[in-house]
Design a protein around this ligand. Structure first.
Ligand SMILES: *Cc1c(COP(=O)(O)O)cnc(C)c1O
Length: 401
C-alpha cells in the first residue's frame, strides 16, 4: 500500500515568484504605494490581472478574504445593528466579517448537498427585512446561482459572494464571484493561490470599488491602484471612508502573480484527486457524498463526506481513529471549534437555533484537505484508510457488550 500523503501540504511557490520576491526585497519597496514616484506596482498588476481573469471591472487587493468580506459589507451599506443573511455552513472568518461590521447574522438553512436552502432564504429574508446576503461557497459547493440570483433580485437582496474555495469554479458557465454585487477571494496557504495571507474583492460597481479602495487605506494615492473607478466616483467617496489599513503588500503580489497562470492546471489536479477518492467513498458502506449538479464546475481542494445516522460518540471515535491512522479528518460536529472547521453554535452573535437542519447535517459531516500532486496510489491509500477506519469504528460501536 502506498504511503499516506501529507494532506496539509500547501501549493508550491513557483521559482519565478521567489525570484520576483527576492528582487523586490532588494529594493525595500514593499509598500504598495509610493509617495513620490509610485513603486513597482506589483499589487496594481495583480489587480488588473485578477479583474481580467474574473471578467469584472474592478479588483481591490487586500490582506485577507475576511478583510474583503468586511469591506464588501461596509460598501454595500451595512451598518451596526443591520441584519445580514448568511448560509449556516461556512468558516469562522465569514461570521467574523459580519461581527467586524457590527451586523446581526440571520442564519439560513442548508441542504444535504451543503448549499444554501432557497426556500429558507426566502422565508428568512421576509422575516428579517435584511437587504444583504453573505453567500459563502463553503468548501467549494455552489448552489443554483441562477435561481439564487433571480430570488435575491425579486427580494431586493444584494449578494456578496465568499469565494475562498471557488477560485476557478463556475455555475452554468459563469464564474463564481461574478453573480453578486461583489466576490471575495482568499490567497491564504490552504486556498487556490498561496501567498500565506491575502485577499481580493472584485465588483462591477464603481461605488463599491471606490469605497473598498478608500477604506482599504489608499492614502489618496488611489491613482496607483490597478483598477480605479472614474474620478467623479472617487470624488463622491473621498473623505467619507475611514482608512482601515487592510492593503495588500507588494511582497504578497509578487508571490501571487506567477500563480494565476497555474490555476487551471491546479484545478484539474485537485479535481482528479477529489473525484478519485469521492468515487471510492461513495461505493463504501455508510459514506454519503454530496450530489454535484451538472451545471456546477468545481475546483475542489478538499473533500466532504457524511456518515449519516452516526451518533456523536461514534463520530468522535472515527475522527480520532482516522487521525491516528494518518489521515487528518476534520469534523463539523465537534462541540468546540477546531482548526478550520466550526459550526453555527460557535459563531459570535449567531443563533444556532435558527438552523436546526444545518446543525443536524454538520453533526455527521467530515472533511479532508487535498494537497496538489496526489498519485492515484496515494488517493487509494487515503480512501482505504477512511473506509477501513469507518468499518472498524462501526463494528466497535455496534458490537454486543
Ligand atoms: C479561508 C476562508 C475565508 C477567509 O479567508 P482569509 O483570507 O483567511 O481571511 C473565508 N471563507 C471561507 C469559506 C474560507 O475557507
Amino acid at each position: 500500500m502506498a504511503l499516506l500523503p501529507d494532506l496539509g501540504r500547501p501549493p508550491e511557490i513557483p521559482a519565478s515568484a521567489m525570484a520576483t520576491a527576492m528582487a523586490l526585497l532588494e529594493t525595500g519597496r514593499l509598500h504598495r504605494y509610493g509617495e513620490v514616484a509610485g513603486t513597482g506596482g506589483l499589487v496594481a498588476q495583480l489587480e488588473r490581472a485578477f479583474a481580467r481573469l474574473m471578467g469584472r471591472s474592478y479588483a481591490v487587493a487586500v490582506n485577507s478574504c475576511g478583510a474583503a468580506l468586511f469591506l464588501a459589507l461596509r460598501a454595500a451599506g451595512v451598518r451596526p445593528g443591520d441584519p445580514v443573511l448568511m448560509n449556516a455552513f461556512t468558516l469562522g472568518p465569514v461570521p467574523g466579517a459580519l461581527d467586524h461590521a457590527g451586523a446581526r447574522p440571520v442564519l439560513v438553512e442548508i441542504t444535504p448537498d451543503l448549499t444554501i436552502d432557497l426556500d429558507d432564504l426566502r422565508a428568512k429574508a421576509k422575516a428579517s427585512d435584511a437587504r444583504v446576503l453573505m453567500l459563502s461557497h463553503m468548501r467549494g459547493h455552489l448552489c443554483d446561482l441562477r435561481a439564487l440570483s433571480a430570488l435575491c433580485c425579486e427580494l431586493g437582496v444584494s449578494v456578496i459572494e465568499d469565494c475562498a474555495h471557488t477560485l476557478g469554479a463556475s455555475w452554468d458557465g459563469q464564474q463564481a464571484g461574478t453573480f453578486g454585487l461583489a466576490g471575495c477571494f482568499s490567497f491564504q496557504s490552504g486556498k487556490h493561490v498561496n501567498t500565506g495571507e491575502g485577499g481580493m474583492l472584485v465588483t462591477d460597481d464603481p461605488d463599491i470599488a471606490a469605497q473598498a479602495i478608500l477604506h482599504s487605506g489608499s492614502y489618496m494615492l488611489y491613482g496607483q491602484n490597478g483598477t480605479v473607478p472614474p474620478a467623479e466616483v472617487m470624488e463622491r467617496w473621498r473623505g467619507r471612508c475611514g482608512n482601515y489599513s487592510l492593503r495588500m503588500s507588494e511582497l504578497v503580489a509578487a508571490l501571487a502573480l506567477p500563480q494565476l497562470p497555474l490555476l487551471s492546471a491546479r484545478v484539474a489536479d485537485w479535481n482528479a484527486s477529489h473525484d478519485h477518492i469521492a468515487a471510492r467513498l461513495a461505493q463504501a458502506e455508510g459514506f454519503l457524498l454530496p450530489h454535484r449538479p451538472k451545471a456546477e464546475s468545481y475546483a475542489q481542494s478538499s473533500l466532504q463526506f457524511r456518515l449519516p445516522g452516526w451518533p456523536l460518540e461514534q463520530m468522535r471515535a472515527f475522527v480520532q481513529a482516522a487521525r491516528a491512522a494518518g489521515v487528518w479528518v476534520k469534523w463539523f460536529g465537534s462541540e468546540l471549534p477546531e482548526g478550520y472547521s466550526s459550526n453555527p453554535a460557535q459563531w459570535h452573535g449567531a443563533q444556532a437555533a435558527e438552523v436546526p437542519r444545518a446543525c443536524q447535517i454538520q453533526a455527521t459531516l467530515c472533511d479532508i484537505r487535498l494537497p496538489l500532486g496526489l498519485s492515484p496510489q496515494e488517493c487509494d491509500a487515503v480512501a482505504d484508510t477512511l473506509i477501513a477506519t469507518a468499518s472498524a469504528t462501526r463494528k466497535a460501536h455496534h458490537a454486543p457488550a
